[in-house]
Design a binder for this molecule. Structure first.
Ligand code: SF4
Ligand code: MG
Length: 335
């Protein structure tokens, strides 16, 4: 498989009046062409900041302090803002949680869809409109010839998210980054949008990174998953490894909070007690230690490395050390 993205030891911080917030603390992973990768974690885990670093869209006080981001043969960390502008919306498409705030309320859907074509591809206007109609049809919007003349408020939440996906894909980006694309939508629409993303992955040859707090969302769409916690990847593996053979207590906790689709109403979801670490003063040891039922003395003082626990499967937990006490994972095999 051909490599599309390779992130090496990425560290991103925010410099605030109270000090340096180490939001991403040394993250390495890769994505091959045609793959769909899920990045899962709760808010503050560093999942969005990792991808905002890739897009180089950090707030003014945010900075990539170390690491490399290789995309299609170039280190994005080293590119100028001008060069990045050519990549954003062209080679990398992005969709966000709230399609209403991402769409411009005073421009028609057609104007917004054709803008990247006119800007990046210098396409003639009539060709761009044709392509926009084709994209709307592809993402399942009925009567696109009529809809293209309408404004965002004339679309439902689910339809707006479809428009956002069309817009992100219109230039056939090599990579689509979707940050909580279904969080603002109700469950049925959520399922439809995920189904659409799966379909589009087949139809258009785009690699996908799907960022979410909900492990259930990535199960169907992604072939691999990174679980993030406290600015680090704590477990990474194929989707089957993560669901059926998880090796990190944080992943165990997250799996317990995934609703089982068959027993959705009956089952009570168990959130993980406690708070994520304060990244102004990140702990010396395992960031999950204060919330972990299995914490040992070593966990408090020493950061666990990412242990290899399978072919493409790694977990940053001392329980995977050969001398660690044997613990039976309380979850696994859930569907
Ligand atoms: Fe729990 Fe220790 Fe593993 Fe961290 S390293 S998840 S504290 S057992
Ligand atoms: Mg986020």
């Amino acid at each position: 498989m051909e490599r599309l993205l390779e992130i090496k030891n990425l560290k991103t911080s925010f410099f605030t009046h109270v000090g340096e917030v180490k939001a991403v603390r040394g993250v390495s992973f890769h994505l091959d062409k045609g793959e769909a990768l899920g990045i899962v974690g709760e808010s503050g885990s560093g999942k969005s900041i990792t991808m905002m670093s890739v897009m180089r869209l950090l707030a003014d006080n945010g900075k990539i302090v170390d690491g490399e981001i290789w995309f299609n043969g170039r280190d994005l960390v080293k590119l100028s803002e001008n060069e990045m502008q050519k990549i954003r919306g062209n080679e990398i498409g992005m969709i966000f949680q709230d399609p209403m705030t991402s769409l411009n309320p005073v421009l028609t859907i057609g104007d917004q869809l054709t803008e990247p074509l006119l800007k990046h591809k210098k396409m003639p206007k009539d060709k761009a409109i044709e392509r926009a109609i084709e994209m709307l049809r592809l993402v399942g919007i009925p009567s696109p010839e009529k809809r293209i003349k309408q404004y965002p408020h004339e679309f439902s939440g689910g339809m707006r998210q479809r428009v956002m996906i069309a817009m992100a894909l219109i230039n056939e980006p090599k990579l689509l980054i979707a940050d909580e694309p279904t969080t603002a939508l109700d469950v049925t629409i959520q399922a439809q949008i995920l189904e659409l993303m799966k379909e589009l992955k087949q139809k258009i040859n785009t690699s996908i990174i799907l960022i979410t707090h909900d492990l259930g969302v990535v199960a169907d769409v992604c072939n691999r998953i990174n679980v993030m916690y406290g600015g680090l990847i704590v477990e990474t593996g194929r989707t089957t490894d993560i669901f059926y053979n998880p090796k990190h207590p944080y992943t165990w906790g997250r799996l317990r909070s995934v609703p089982n689709p068959k027993t959705l109403v009956k089952e009570r979801l168990k959130p993980i007690d406690g708070q994520p670490p304060d990244l102004l003063k990140p702990p010396a040891g395992c960031p999950f230690a204060p919330r972990c039922d299995y914490a040992m003395r070593v966990c408090m003082t020493h950061m666990p490395p990412l242990f290899e626990v399978g072919e493409q499967h790694k977990a940053a937990c001392w329980l995977n050390h050969p001398d660690a006490p044997k613990v039976e994972a309380p979850v696994g095999r859930r569907h």
